[in-house]
Design a protein around this ligand. Structure first.
Ligand code: GLV
Ligand code: MN
Ligand code: MN
Length: 426
C-alpha cells in the first residue's frame, strides 16, 4: 500500500467530466437532456458503456438478476463487507443529465481513486447502477430487489404497464423470478452512500454547498379510470352526458385543494391522463389517470391514500361515472442513518464546504437500502431547483465538490473501526 495522506485525496475531475459528457451523449435529446427510460435501448447502451469503463480501468464487474450493474473493487480483507456507492443511469422520459448519472459516475471515480492509491480499506467497494430508479417501470426496482423488499404485486401490475415491463425484461434478459431472487444478505453490506443533485432550490437559494439528507419521502401510485358513456358530442345535451373527463378533471383539481388544505409536507400529482376513445366529437367514455402522492411519514401517506380514493369515488358519483382503481405500488419513506449523516458533515467540513441538513422530496435508491443497512445521501445544488427536465443543471464545481465529499465520507467510514461496521442495528 502506498503511504498516502487520506485527507488530501481528491477525485480526478477531468476524468469525471469526460465520463459525464460521454454518458450524456447516450440517449441525448436535442434540448440538452437525456431520454433513457429503464431497460430501453438507450439505458442498456448506457449500462454497456458503464461496464466498458469499469473494465477498462481494471475494476471488477458484476450484474445480477435485477439487471443492477456494478463496478467492484476488492480493497478490503477476504470476507469483508461491501460498502455500496451508487445511484442510477435510467432517466425519466425526456429528463436531465444529472439525475442519477452524477451519483453513479462519482461512485466509479471513488473506486478508481482508491484503486490507484493502493489503499487497503476494511471494506470492499462497489459502484452500483440500480435498475429503474425512476419508476418508468416499477420504481426503485433494482434497489428494492437487492434489499429484498420488492413486492411481487408490483411486478404483476407495474405502474408503467406490464407490457412495457415484459419488453424491458426481454431486452435485458431478466425475468420476474430472476428479479425477485437477487436479495443480498445484509451481513454482506457495510452500508450505502449516494451522491445526487438536490432537485429543489433550497441549497442554491441558501448559497450552501452540500445537503446532508435526513430522510426520504414515501410515495404511492395508482391508475384511476373514470368510466362514462362515449356518445355524440354534438347531439347529447350537456345534462345527459356521462362524461368521464369531468370526473377525472374535477378529481385532479380537488386533490390539489385537499393536499394544500390538510397535508402540509405532502404532494399529489396527476402526471398523465388518457382519454378514450379520444376525438373532438366524442364525449370521453373513459379517462385513465396516473396518480402519485408523497409524504415523509408512512401514517400520513396512509391517510392521504384513503382521502384521495374517497375523493375519487365522490367525484365519480357527482358526475354519474364508474371508477376503476388499480394500485400500482408503494415506496416506503425512510430515515437515513444519523451516524452516516455525521460522517458526511465531517467530510464536508474537512473540505471547507458549507452544509445543511434537509429531507428529500424525491425518491432515491437510498430509501430501499436504508431498510437493511446504514444508508446516507448527500445533495449538491440544482440551479433554479429544476429537475426531471432537460433544463436540470448543476454547476460543475458543485458536482466535483459532491464527488469529493463522497470520497472523503468513504475514507472516514473506513476509519471508524477495524470492520468499518455500522450494521449492528440491521
Ligand atoms: C425519482 O426521481 C422520483 O422521485 O420520482
Ligand atoms: Mn435520481
Ligand atoms: Mn429522478
Amino acid at each position: 500500500m502506498m503511504n498516502v495522506a487520506k485527507d488530501s485525496l481528491r477525485i480526478d475531475q477531468t476524468r469525471l467530466r469526460a465520463d459525464f459528457e460521454a454518458l450524456a451523449q447516450i440517449g441525448a435529446t436535442r434540448d440538452g437532456g437525456v431520454h433513457r427510460p429503464a431497460l430501453g435501448e438507450a439505458h442498456l447502451a448506457a449500462r454497456a458503456w458503464f461496464r466498458e469503463r469499469a473494465e477498462a480501468d481494471g475494476l471488477g464487474f458484476r450484474t445480477d438478476g435485477a439487471g443492477n450493474h456494478s463496478a467492484c473493487l476488492a480493497c478490503g480483507p477476504p470476507g469483508a463487507p461491501i460498502l455500496l456507492l451508487g445511484s442510477h443511469l435510467d432517466s425519466v422520459p425526456r429528463g436531465g443529465r444529472y439525475d442519477g448519472a452524477l451519483g453513479v459516475l462519482a461512485a466509479l471515480e471513488v473506486l478508481r481513486v482508491v484503486q490507484e492509491t493502493g489503499l487497503a480499506l476494511p471494506v470492499h467497494l462497489e459502484a452500483i447502477d440500480f435498475t429503474d430508479e425512476e419508476g418508468t417501470l416499477v420504481g426503485l426496482l433494482g434497489s428494492a430487489a437487492l434489499a429484498g423488499t420488492l413486492d411481487p404485486d408490483e411486478l404483476r401490475q407495474p405502474r408503467g404497464g406490464r407490457e412495457v415491463l415484459a419488453a424491458g425484461f426481454a431486452r435485458a434478459g431478466l425475468t420476474d423470478e430472476s428479479v425477485l431472487g437477487v436479495r443480498r444478505d445484509p451481513a454482506t453490506l457495510a452500508g450505502y452512500l449516494e451522491l445526487h443533485v438536490e432537485q429543489g432550490a433550497r441549497l442554491v437559494d441558501a448559497g450552501v454547498d452540500v445537503g446532508v439528507v435526513t430522510g426520504i419521502v414515501g410515495y404511492c401510485s395508482y391508475r384511476l379510470t373514470f368510466t362514462g358513456q362515449a356518445n355524440h358530442a354534438g347531439t347529447t345535451s350537456m345534462a345527459e352526458r356521462a362524461d368521464a373527463a369531468q370526473g377525472a378533471c374535477a378529481f385532479t383539481l380537488r386533490a390539489r385543494e385537499l393536499v394544500m388544505a390538510d397535508y402540509a409536507g405532502g404532494v399529489v400529482n396527476v402526471g398523465d391522463m388518457h382519454f378514450s376513445p379520444g376525438a373532438y366529437n366524442i364525449i370521453p367514455g373513459a379517462v385513465a389517470l396516473a396518480l402519485e402522492f408523497r409524504s415523509p411519514e408512512a401514517e400520513t401517506l396512509d391517510r392521504l391514500e384513503a382521502d384521495l380514493l374517497a375523493l375519487a369515488r365522490e367525484q365519480a358519483a357527482t358526475f354519474g361515472l364508474g371508477l376503476e382503481v388499480a394500485w400500482q405500488g408503494r415506496c416506503e419513506p425512510a430515515l437515513l442513518d444519523a451516524r452516516v449523516q455525521s460522517l458526511i458533515a465531517q467530510a464536508a467540513d474537512g473540505l471547507g464546504l458549507s452544509h445543511v441538513s434537509l429531507p428529500s422530496g424525491a425518491g432515491h435508491d437510498a430509501q430501499s437500502l436504508a431498510r437493511v443497512c446504514p444508508a446516507g445521501m448527500l445533495f449538491v445544488p440544482s440551479v433554479g431547483g429544476v429537475s426531471h427536465s432537460p433544463d436540470e443543471f448543476t454547476r460543475w464545481a458543485d458536482c466535483v465538490n459532491g464527488a469529493n465529499v463522497l470520497l472523503q465520507t468513504v475514507l472516514r467510514w473506513a476509519r471508524l473501526d477495524s470492520n468499518a461496521n455500522l450494521t449492528d442495528e440491521y
